[in-house]
Write a protein that binds this ligand. Structure first.
Ligand code: HEM
Length: 510
């Protein structure tokens, strides 16, 4: 008995001492799993950041011996540049990531490597950069903000009700991405905020998918086979997601058969016209995957970024004042705008809003819409920081942590300070390997320019008209999902802005 106890004490001391060297206690059999479970119960991203900051930006997570949860976690910009650009081909998403998210994302662009990725990236990139597409995005956004978003916000004031701004913004970006990617208007953002079964199903599906990353593969695969717990939820949710995508594809095929597809400029129509290596049109399953991936890309990113932005403004009123001053300065430069009603920001004016762009970038630095991302090592390699990578190693890069590293942003890295993005009053972008919110290298976000335009136009249109106050005591924390939702949404109360108090030369109307 005494020998047994001595052995237990020895193992405990040894495991805890390893925490200093390896970042976390590494227990026999279960590895670092106990720490992960504790981290998951609090704020997972803060927990990872704490370990990474102690370990100078890189550590190896060791899962239980019977699982494949081992991975290298990094937030070191040198490693990021290496894996996203310098040695890009050695770091695909990999089999582990692909098989974990395949039920939801299929073979779509987020879950594709090599040829399959190229065949989606190229046509999508051409489309995103075409003038026709750009015009469509600005037109559809203008219509959505002025005919749907602002009336919904106005309604909440008339009824003096708080409103979940994150929910409203998710509806806006969902309608918007469906319009630009599939040429379909799902009508999610309507005054009575109708229940959209697809939206709920999509959220549940992403949540259940992300849980697979912290569950041993054998365990979630068994749960999937037996239809248990989150795997059961995933199965039901996917049915609804598939129904929505199938309906979009069916409708579009019908439309194309009776009209000239050249008149349409949405992504789905482009992909429907393409052929694979064997000269065959893409299958309906592949078109479904394209739809689901673009919904994830376009719906769940700018909406959550804007939600964190409005929460940060609530805590930093001086930033809101500076944004308003910039908006007014730009409006005062108008030659023709007296009494325009409603006031609509022009694309050239949005472009000039450097301070607003800085404030949004600063929100994304602290709350990146994609907080962590994954890669897998193809051939043995070594990171610039000296970390040895064996073939097949999983690499997690912690974008959330990068925004909180003193080595990158200085001592005030946890403060919300848009000024850090400005030089002589002009917005200066940061290299993608320091500010990785939009990824970097060949897989840089395709929607980056559109997302900035969308966020700036939406934010300026709201802030010019309303003061947004977060409801007192509303709990704010991130949710564990593929993108960084606020776990409890963002309950706000709006009040109309007194326009006579704004420093404007002319009188503008709502
Ligand atoms: C604030 C807004 C946004 C942020 C922070 C963001 C961030 C990202 C990130 C981190 C990735 C890399 C994901 C990965 O490979 O795992 C990505 C890729 C991508 N994004 Fe965005 N995104 C935003 C908005 C958008 C929008 C509005 C669209 C389109 C409508 C879009 C389209 C894409 C596409 C197609 C990819 C895949 C690129 C590839 O793998 O080659 N994004 N984005």
């Amino acid at each position: 008995m005494e020998i047994f106890l001595a052995l237990v004490v020895f193992i405990a001391i040894h495991s805890l001492r390893q925490a200093k060297k390896q970042g976390l206690p590494n227990w026999p059999l279960v590895g670092m799993l106990p720490s992960l479970i504790l981290g998951l119960r609090k704020d997972m991203y803060e927990w990872i950041s704490d370990v990474l900051c102690r370990m100078n930006g890189t550590f190896t997570f060791r899962g239980p011996w019977f699982t494949n949860l081992n991975c290298v976690v990094t937030s070191d910009p040198r490693n990021l540049e290496y894996l996203l650009k310098t040695n890009f081909s050695n770091f695909p998403k990999g089999d582990y990531f692909r098989s974990t998210v395949r039920d939801l994302l299929g073979d779509g662009i987020f879950n594709a490597d090599y040829d399959n990725w190229h065949k989606q990236r190229k046509p999508a990139s051409i489309e995103f950069h075409s003038a026709k597409f750009r015009n469509m995005t600005t037109d559809s956004l203008l219509e959505l903000v002025h005919s749907r978003l602002l009336p919904v916000l106005e309604d909440s004031i008339k009824q003096s009700n708080p409103i979940d701004l994150q929910d409203v913004l998710l509806r806006l970006t969902f309608d918007n991405v469906c319009m630009i990617a599939f040429g379909v208007d799902p009508g999610c953002l309507h005054p009575h905020l109708p229940q959209i079964p697809f939206a709920k199903a999509f959220e549940l599906a992403t949540e259940a998918t992300v849980l697979r990353f912290v569950t041993p593969t054998l365990v979630w695969k068994t749960m999937r086979c037996l239809g248990l717990g989150t795997e059961k939820t995933l199965k039901h949710s996917l049915k609804k997601v598939d129904e929505f995508a199938d309906e979009v594809i069916r409708t579009r095929k019908k439309e194309i058969s009776i009209a000239d597809s050249k008149q349409r400029s949405d992504l789905l129509t482009v992909f429907m016209g393409l052929r694979d290596e064997e000269g065959k049109l893409f299958s309906d399953k592949f078109l479904r995957d394209i739809c689901v991936n673009f919904i994830l890309a376009g719906r769940d990113t700018s909406s959550v970024a804007l939600s964190w932005f409005f929460w940060l403004l609530d805590r930093n009123p001086e930033v809101e004042q500076r944004i308003l001053a910039e908006i007014c300065k730009i409006l005062n430069e108008r030659e023709d705008a007296i009494n325009e009603s409603p006031l609509i920001f022009k694309p050239a004016e949005i472009k000039k809003m450097d301070y607003l762009q800085a404030a949004l970038s600063e929100a994304l630095r602290l709350y990146p819409s994609v907080p962590v991302d994954h890669k897998e090592v193809v051939e043995d390699d070594v990171f610039p920081d000296g970390t040895v990578l064996k073939k097949g190693t999983k690499v997690v890069y912690a974008i959330y942590t990068m925004g909180r590293m003193e080595g990158i942003w200085g001592k005030d890295c946890r403060e919300y300070r848009p000024e850090r993005w400005l030089r002589d009053g002009r917005y200066m972008s940061e290299p993608a390997y320091r500010f990785t919110a939009f990824n970097g290298g060949p897989r840089l976000c395709l929607g980056k320019d559109f997302a900035y335009y969308q966020m700036k136009f939406t934010a300026a249109s709201i802030l010019y008209r309303y003061h947004v106050k977060v409801v007192e005591g509303h709990p704010v924390m991130p949710k564990m999902a593929l993108t960084m939702y606020l776990k409890y949404g963002l309950q706000v109360k709006l009040s109309r802005r007194d326009q006579s108090q704004l420093p404007l030369n002319n009188k503008y109307f709502m």
